[in-house]
Design a protein around this ligand. Sequence first.
Ligand SMILES: Cc1cc2nc3c(=O)[nH]c(=O)nc-3n(C[C@H](O)[C@H](O)[C@H](O)COP(=O)(O)OP(=O)(O)OC[C@H]3O[C@@H](n4cnc5c(N)ncnc54)[C@H](O)[C@@H]3O)c2cc1C
Length: 309
Amino acid sequence: MILLSVGVKAEVELAKSAGLEIGATGGVKTNGRMESSDPDIYAVGDAAETMHALTGARARIALAGPANRQGRIAGANTAGAKLTYSGALGTSIVRVLNMTVGFTGLNSAQATKAGFSFFTSLTRDHSHAHYYPGATPVMIKLVVEEGTGRLLGAQVLGEQGIDKRVDVFATAIAGKMTVDDLENLDLAYAPPFGSANDPVNTAGFVAGHIARGDISTVAPETWQPDGEFLLDVRDADEVAELGRLNGAVNIPLGELRDRLGEVPHDRRIVAYCQKGQRGYLAACLLRGRGFENTANLRGGYLQARLNGW
Ligand SMILES: Cc1cc2nc3c(=O)[nH]c(=O)nc-3n(C[C@H](O)[C@H](O)[C@H](O)COP(=O)(O)OP(=O)(O)OC[C@H]3O[C@@H](n4cnc5c(N)ncnc54)[C@H](O)[C@@H]3O)c2cc1C
């Protein structure tokens, strides 16, 4: 199957022939009241250029939610109201076969283009309590502003429970929340619906650790091994079944305390596991035992493989 995502172009011939100003994005330029350059003519929806709610940049976001809210504002304003549109985050969701992918705010490329200094975090969790039947994996990538910890964007992938996580992240971005706030969000939990630590909380924990500098991490999409000691802390049967990264030494997390003599002091140590949590624990353990230069590989072995390692 081939999916062609060719984008959406605004049809603005009518607006042009009426002498309305067309913005740099190709849409009919509007102000917050949804007025075009002629205050007696309003523009909304796919053909209108509005603004991105997070960056404030001029934007044309061709989605039904923004179109409907803009229409409501324009309609009310034509009747004398004074409503203002605050922009869109581009929150969107799509199902492809049994997979769902949701998105809100900025991705890495957009954050770079907008001039943000940022880091990303990656977490893999379950759609609901792992011991309750039917749980499936949920993968979350956060884009977080360096220094402030403010959430800039989120991408969520999996089979179930994607919509509610994306909507929580969209609300968090709209509320200018930080990853510390995500750690403490009090979200609904019973085993069929979520976990005592919801995937949103877990994403906040990991991003919070990175933001506060609690632990050094390396991102598989940007980091290339350069003489570090690559420590695989998964169990031996996992390594035998799934393979390991080139040059990695396997010391299972449960044996690490007793096998510290096998870990060198003269090199940086990059620990990894399957998804990231045990690698994080290993890096903490090593740091507590005097190995100053340790890091955790974000997203673990699974992410490294996805990045072509
Ligand atoms: C296949 C598909 C799936 C989509 N799925 C989603 C989704 O799941 N979620 C989401 O958020 N967005 C989705 N969208 C996008 C969403 O439909 C649009 O963003 C939204 O409809 C834009 O609203 P609008 O009022 O600007 O334009 P439209 O809804 O396209 O309305 C424009 C109207 O103007 C009429 N018109 C055009 N020219 C003239 C003319 N000369 N004279 C009189 N009338 C005219 C058209 O017939 C149409 O009725 C989807 C779009 C497509 C094509």
